[in-house]
Structure formats: C-alpha cells, structure tokens
Design a protein around this ligand. Structure first.
Ligand SMILES: *Cc1c(COP(=O)(O)O)cnc(C)c1O
Length: 391
C-alpha cells in the first residue's frame, strides 16, 4: 500500500453539475450570444420566477449585487439606517455601506438561528422613538432555514418598513408553503460556487413589483436611458448576468428539487449517526418550514462533548475534511466595530453563542454515503479522543 497517497479531500459544499449545462452553453455559443443579456437570461428569469412562485426576477452578477440593487430601489442613502441579521456572511451587510447608510445589527433566536423578533421589536421601538426608523430590514435565512417571517413581517408592517429577504442560502426552502425569498418586498438569491445551485457566480433579485424589477435591470445595465446614443441621467452599475452563465443556471434550476432532497438526506444521515452523542445538537427546523439544509449545522457543547467546535474543525482538516465554524456575527467583525446591536435578550447574545459552538459539516449534494461515513467516523473519533484527553 502506498502510504504517501493522500486521501481525497471532502469539501464543504462543492458545485454539483446536472450534466445538461454543456448543452445550454453550446446553444449560447452556436448563436454567438456570449455577451451579457440574451435568450438564456430571459428564460432563466422566467423559469426562476415560476419555480419560486413570484411575479418578476432579474438575473444579476452576484447575490451581493442583488442586495445592493434592492437597497438602491428602496431609496437607501447616506444617513439612513438599515437593520440586518448579525449572524450571516458579510455580503448581507456590505451593500448598506456601499450606499453610505448605517447598519444596525439584530441578533438571532434559538429556534431558527434567524433574526430574533424580540430583538427586532426593541430595535424598531427605539428607532421610532428617535424618529429614525430604518429604510429597510434585511432578513437572512441562515443555512437554508427560514427565519420567523410571520412575526418579522408583522413587526415591519406595523412600522411600515420594507423587508429584503436574503435567501442566498435558502433557494428551495419553504415557509408555510411559500418559497424563501418571496415574502418580503424584495428577495435575493446567490448562484455562487458553494450554493445549492450555481452558475459559477451569479444572483437573482425577485419581487412581485414588476416596475421595480424593470428598474433593477436598467440600474444593472449602467442605467442607460432609452436613446441611440449613450444617455445617462442616473448612476448605474454593471451587474447583469452573462447569457452563458444564465444557460448554466437553467440547467441547474431543473435539478433544484433533487438537490434539496439530497442535502436533506445528508442532514438526516448525520443526525441519525450523531444525535445521541453528548453535547451534540442539530440546527432545528421550525414547524411549518422546510429547510433546503444547504449546510448541515450543529452545535457542540464543549463540556459534554469533551472537544470544542473549533478543535473539531482542525481535527477534520487533518483528515482532509473541510468543515467550518458558523458565520462570525457581523456585530463582532472589526469592519463593523462600534455598530449598534440588539441582542435577543438583555444578557443573551444568541449569535455569539452559536459562533462559539457552531459547526458546519460537508454537505454537498454529490457527496456519497461512503464519504459521509468517513466524516462521521472521524467526528466520532475526535469526540472520543477529546473526551479521553480532557481537552
Ligand atoms: C453567499 C451569500 C451572499 C452573497 O452572494 P454572492 O453571490 O456570493 O455575492 C449573501 N448572503 C448570504 C447569506 C450568503 O450566504
């Protein structure tokens, strides 16, 4: 046996092609529609809107660009406040800074790991008292699990604040029968390489407001006014998705339902193998919701498990298994030092606790049961040795 041969790596969430992508790409090449815009873009937008059940969709170059356009369309500018979930990837909040506005971060709550309605309520009350209500609230559906939308929409409705759903991680997830991303004024999705479907890079902005989506397409195309010569009366961006990548997206969208099933099966295999172990708790699924289980996430209580989440990440990496801590909350990021933050309870910072104890396991929809068994055995061994060593 050649002991110098390395085991193959198991990645967190690698791309998973359907096999039909090449056909769509070939079509784009045959018609020489290589440029941004073209028939694949139009079809991708239409098919996507149908899939999630919304009126209109604009295909753009990234999920971040989609959030930026949503804020632009809501008139967010310098001096405005925007509320945002703290437990998320930095891309959820960067567009607030692009617009020169002030982010205010809202904690997570234990049942969804999404925005805490309790913290949001306090934040809105205080903002109303100060006469500085936010221009928008960005709600993130974390790792595919929908946030408590009924409570959040009711609160925002009371104060007349529009909701932007960051469903970058939650395509294919549902909340009481509705798709993640279709319940607020705007929804956004990402087709980055690690997401549940990918175009290598890309995003989608959706809304039932057709005028807003048409305006988004204009802003995403350098805000060119209708004139033969190049006329511009407003600031725009170069945010449109290329026709080639939209072709990849169409092929990926066809297998979305299968990808959701596969990720949910990955989650269930982890759960049945690991749930009984001391200190291990899996991310919950709120009743009435169905997560796409984009990433299998769990928490490790170090005292019971004998090993911390961070130590497990290193332990898995030694065996070429990629895992990750849960997102570092934005209110703890140096970039946002000094930013206003509303925790779930007075002495209860849920997102900080989830960051300390959270672990995301390899969750790719193409992962084989054999590969998953390798992850499970390695995890069990890590917990055993951690407990034995009293780390
Ligand atoms: C990936 C992601 C984004 C950004 O999407 P990009 O397409 O990479 O710009 C935004 N929000 C969340 C929660 C994400 O996970």
């Amino acid at each position: 046996m050649n002991t110098t041969l390395q085991k193959p790596a198991i990645l967190l969430s690698p791309p998973h092609m359907s096999g039909e992508e090449q056909q769509y790409i070939a079509e784009a090449f045959a018609s020489n529609w290589i440029a941004p815009l073209g028939p694949h873009v139009d079809a991708f937008e239409r098919e996507f809107a149908e899939t999630v059940g919304i009126g209109h969709a604009a295909a753009v170059s990234s999920g971040t660009a989609a959030i930026h356009l949503a804020l632009r369309l809501l008139g967010v500018g310098p001096g405005d406040r925007v509320f945002c979930s703290s437990l998320t990837f930095v891309a959820s909040a960067n567009p607030i800074l692009y617009q020169g506005a002030e982010p205010v971060f809202i904690d997570a709550e234990p049942d969804t790991w999404g925005m805490s309605p309790r913290a949001l309520e306090r934040a809105l009350e205080e903002a109303a008292r100060e006469g500085r209500l936010p221009k928008a609230v960005i709600v993130v559906h974390l790792f595919g699990q929908c946030a408590r939308m009924d409570e959040i929409l009711a609160l925002c409705g009371t104060y007349g604040v529009p909701v932007v759903e960051d469903a970058a991680e939650a395509l294919g997830s549902t909340y009481k029968g509705r798709h993640a991303g279709t319940m607020g004024r705007f929804g956004i999705y990402s087709f980055n390489g690690n997401k549940i479907i990918t175009t290598s890079g890309g995003g989608m902005l959706v809304s039932d407001d057709g005028d807003a989506i048409r305006e988004a397409r204009t802003l995403a195309s350098q805000a060119r006014d209708p004139a033969v010569h190049y006329e511009h009366s407003r600031l725009g961006y170069n945010y449109r998705l290329s026709n080639v990548l939209a072709g990849i997206g169409r092929a990926q969208l066809k297998v979305l339902a299968e990808r959701v099933e596969a990720r949910r099966a990955v989650f269930e295999r982890y759960r049945s193998a690991l749930e009984g172990l001391p200190g291990v708790r899996f991310m919950p699924e709120l009743s009435g919701t169905r997560s796409n289980r984009w990433l299998t996430a769990l928490t490790i209580d170090e005292r019971s498990a004998g090993i911390s989440a961070a130590q497990l990440v290193a332990w898995l990496a030694e065996d070429r298994i990629e895992s990750r801590p849960v997102w570092k909350p934005l209110h703890l990021q140096p970039l946002f030092a000094g930013t206003r933050y509303y925790p779930h309870g007075e002495r209860e910072d849920v997102s900080a606790r989830l960051f300390r104890t959270g672990l995301c396991l390899p969750s790719g929809s193409a992962m084989t049961p054999g590969e998953q068994e390798r992850v499970i055995e390695r995890l069990k061994a890590g917990m055993k040795s951690g407990a034995a060593a009293g780390i």
